[in-house]
Design a protein around this ligand. Structure first.
Ligand code: ADP
Ligand code: MG
Length: 846
């Protein structure tokens, strides 16, 4: 048993902007225990009414300042815990701090760089590395990922996540067995045999969490996430299994609701936004007080799940994440105070050993066999499981003569054989029962009761028959209903297909597939999987994160118009830079891996050749020895010496390259997962934006299907009016597509192509434009009511949202264009007299 208080560490997040000097300092006392001093600036300290202190000092096991690397955090905090988990003890690491202080960064890692990966991926890497090294035990690893939001538990790895909304998934609930052990119902455990598999599960869970999040449920700040590694180990031949769990916990933001700050009361103790954090604090207070018999674990789901981690069978570590900026000082102080209480809690970790029943049975069977053998040796006769026919007959005869013998002293001697003793008793019991039955004349009774049974079976059958008939009838009805539904669905689908066909015809000139086949990243994956044999296990990368890719597949269902809007949205999104950067790094890593794979193969064949050469030399020497009758020299000659040192060198090179390739593989894997996640995020944000556009539009024009279709598109202000005319009415030909065919999208500039559907006139329209028609004149005569609306409200709102989105993008682009143009042309551009040729010329020259 290991007794230990909860270890507390502090990590200070680098500031977004430069910190004011002197807000905090880190010192060590004479016993080298570090302490963090938070110094309140005068203006804040003055505000304290009851507690007029200017600085606060808190002790921690260690304090990691702003420049601490993720690797340092792992080495100092997580590695020792992972080590004890490998030995068979439970471990927990939890991050506590206000939103934005770096909990997720510390536990899971940053979303951009490989070097930013946090405790979870590094711990997985470390654990799997250790498991591979230790051949003395057999290990199995399982992963679970639980999210607790509003006191409800959700399984982040539930495969139904994709198809259902969070509310429809079965909730994870707590069950307690008679020994007060906690079990989580509906939380799936997934076996992970490699680091990659475990990493995939982590990213799958994170992606599921991100997708479930809506602006209304800011789950990432208000929910707790518990990533658990379940490790079992067993020595070969032993019946004892060790189980250990490692919880890596990203808690909800610890900030409080009220943060008045105005006129003082900076440290106002307000209610936690998060009830379960409040209960966590209560449990911590109860545990840190001596002589408290009742600990209120049951008050919340989180404290129930983490019961062992808090004052129980677990080695627990807390990381207090601090954002020491002036406006966050109050939260930081309360985080530190919480940590000080946590540090008082004593845990007692024991090895979790248990006997595997299957292995126990095997062991007992072996023992029985050994005892049987011993018995056979002592009695000098082999015993079978059961008695033979002859032995049974013999026994029964003995019993009969025993019963018939009138001598009260007579005995039934069967010998020291329990099988025979048992059989005698059974036989006697049978005889006694038979005598009872026959003695009471029960034979006839039995017969009559049997016939009675038969009688009453008849009505039963009748009843059953009726029931079955009813059920049959019900089923027939159900089938009829289903067939009707099916027919209706089919009809609907056909109609939709028809509409989709129209839709495609409309857009066919403006689109490129969302992920063109030439996508460099996909291409790289393909190429790598056909790389040389050493790099062959990279081929799993191709289908590696299929789970995540399934999610990004959402886009395939988008209509073409929506895809176009998505492409533009994607290009302008802040994350696209990160995605592009990562793509570049990934490309580099891929080519590095490929080159390494080739070098490894070279080294391997070189090793083969060198070995072959050495063997050849040996054979030659032996042959020479035989033919010249000379003894084969014992020591290798100089030439062989040289070959051997070359061989060693090659082997070393091979090993170094192989290790590098393995590391590269993990890095590539990680980068791909990061990118997948970023893509899902982008898509999600797009969906939200799209939905917003759609609702805005519906609000603005309740009667979308009325004759006045132009209404939603017309802007109110004059300048907007001009722009909208310029970019939607005129250029768009875009929206009166049915009649205009291919000419309208032949735009000169690739970029402008997406933005301006038809500023560049087709040869056929050129004539018209060259007559310097003022803009107003070129407003199409056909009104916007020619937009093909489908009558289906969802589809129509999609179409309208697309138009709106397109318009706003066009406007944005237009303004950018104006800004980038010379003042003169910009002015003339905005003037009504600007002609279409002028515009297209500008675009061509851009
Ligand atoms: P929390 O989970 O506590 O709400 P996050 O981990 O999401 O906070 O951190 C907020 C932001 O600060 C993120 O963009 C994260 O990348 C960044 N960040 C946090 N800690 C660090 C750190 N130690 N070094 C660099 N960036 C950090
Ligand atoms: Mg977070």
């Amino acid at each position: 048993m290991v007794k230990q208080t909860i270890q507390i560490f502090a990590r200070v997040k680098p500031p977004v902007r430069k910190h004011q000097q002197g807000i905090y300092s880190i010192d060590e006392d004479e016993k080298l225990i570090p302490s963090l001093e938070i110094i309140l600036p005068r203006d804040l300290a003055d505000g304290f009414v009851n507690n007029k202190r200017e600085s606060y000092k808190f002790k921690f096991q260690r304090i990691f300042d702003q420049d601490a690397k993720q690797e340092t955090i792992f080495e100092n905090i997580a590695k020792p815990v992972a080590g004890s988990v490998l030995e068979g003890y439970n471990g927990t690491i939890f991050a506590y701090g206000q939103t934005g202080s770096g909990k997720t960064f510390t536990i899971t890692g940053g979303a951009e760089r490989y070097s930013d990966r946090g405790i979870i991926p590094r711990t997985l890497s470390y654990i799997f590395e250790q498991l591979q090294k230790d051949s003395s035990k057999m290990y199995t690893t399982h992963i679970s990922y639980l999210e607790i939001y509003n006191e409800c538990g959700y399984d982040l790895l539930d495969p139904r996540h994709e198809a259902s909304s969070l509310e429809d998934l079965p909730k994870v609930t707590i069950l307690e067995d008679p020994d007060q052990n906690i079990h989580l119902k509906n939380l799936t455990l997934h076996q992970a045999t490699t680091e990659e598999e475990a990493l995939n599960l982590l990213f799958l869970g994170d992606t599921n969490r991100m997708i479930a999040e809506t602006p209304m449920n800011q789950a990432s700040t208000r929910s707790h996430c518990i990533f658990t590694i379940h490790l079992s180990s067993k020595e070969p031949g032993s019946a004892t299994v060790r189980h250990a769990k490692l919880h890596l916990v990203d808690l909800a933001g610890s900030e409080r609701v009220a943060k008045t700050g105005v006129g003082g009361h900076l440290l106002t103790e307000a209610k936690y936004i998060n009830l379960s954090l409040h209960y966590l604090e209560q449990v911590i207070i109860a545990l840190s007080e001596k002589h408290r018999s009742h600990i209120p674990y049951r008050n919340s789901m989180m404290t129930s799940v983490l019961r062992d981690s808090l004052g129980g069978n677990c080695m627990t570590t807390m990381i207090a994440t601090l954002s020491l900026e002036k406006r966050n000082l109050d939260e930081s102080i309360s985080t530190c105070r919480f940590a000080q209480r946590v540090a008082l809690i004593k845990n007692e970790a024991v090895l979790n050993e248990e006997i595997d029943p299957r292995l126990m049975i095997k062991r007992l069977q072996k023992e029985i066999q050994e005892l049987k053998d011993e018995l056979a040796m002592v009695t000098a006769e082999q015993r079978t499981e059961a008695l033979t026919e002859a032995e049974l007959l013999q026994l029964e005869k003995l019993i009969t003569s025993f019963l018939e013998d009138q001598d009260p002293e007579s005995r039934l001697e069967v010998g020291a054989d329990m099988r025979k003793v048992h059989h005698c008793f059974h036989h006697l019991k049978k005889l006694l029962n038979d005598k009872k039955i026959f003695g009471n004349n029960t034979v006839s009774n039995t017969v009559s009761s049997e016939s009675k049974d038969q009688d009453c079976q008849e009505p039963l059958k009748e009843e059953e028959y009726r029931k079955l008939r009813d059920i049959l009838k019900q089923r027939d009805n159900e089938i009829n209903i289903l067939v009707n539904m099916l027919k209706k669905e089919k009809k609907k689908a056909q109609e939709a297909l028809h509409l989709a066909g129209m839709d495609r015809r409309e857009f066919r000139h403006s689109q490129s597939p969302p992920f063109p086949p030439g996508n460099p990243e996909e291409g790289q994956r393909m190429r790598l999987s056909s790389a040389p044999s050493q790099a062959q296990d990279f081929s799993i990368l191709g289908n590696r994160s299929s789970l995540l890719h399934k999610k990004t597949g959402m886009r395939e269902e988008m209509s073409l118009g929506r895809q176009e809007a998505f492409e533009i949205f994607k290009r302008d999104h802040a994350d696209s830079v990160t995605i592009d950067d990562n793509k570049q790094i990934l490309k580099q890593r891929f080519s590095e891996a490929k080159a390494l794979g080739e070098s490894i193969n070279e080294a391997r064949s070189k090793i083969g050749h060198l070995k072959e050469e050495i063997t050849q030399r040996h054979i030659q020497q032996v042959a020479l020895g035989i033919s010249e009758n000379m003894a084969v020299p014992l020591m290798p000659d100089q030439q062989e010496e040289k070959l051997r040192s070359q061989l060693e060198e090659e082997k070393r090179r091979y090993k170094t390259m192989f290790t590098r390739l393995k590391a590269l593989k993990v890095e590539i894997e990680h980068l791909q997962l990061l990118m997948d996640k970023a893509k899902v995020k982008l898509q999600k944000e797009f969906e939200v934006w799209w939905a917003e556009e759609a609702t805005n539009l519906q609000v603005k024009s309740p009667a979308v299907n009325s004759l006045d279709h132009t209404k939603p598109f017309l802007q109110t202000s004059d300048s907007q009016h001009e722009q909208s005319q310029l970019f939607s009415n005129k250029s768009s030909g875009g929206w009166e597509v049915q009649g205009q065919g291919t000419g309208r999208f032949d735009v000169c500039d690739v970029n402008a192509r997406k933005i301006l559907p038809s500023p560049c006139p087709s040869p056929h329209s050129q004539k018209q434009s060259s007559t310097s028609t003022p803009l107003e004149d070129s407003i199409p005569k056909r009104p916007m009511s020619s937009i093909p609306l489908t009558g289906d409200s969802q589809t129509d709102s999609d179409i309208l949202a697309f138009i709106k989105a397109r318009q706003s993008i066009l406007q944005k682009q237009y303004l950018q264009l104006l800004c980038s143009l010379s003042p003169k042309s910009a002015v003339s551009f905005a003037q009504p007299s600007t002609n279409r040729k002028g515009l297209s010329d500008v675009l061509v020259t851009r």
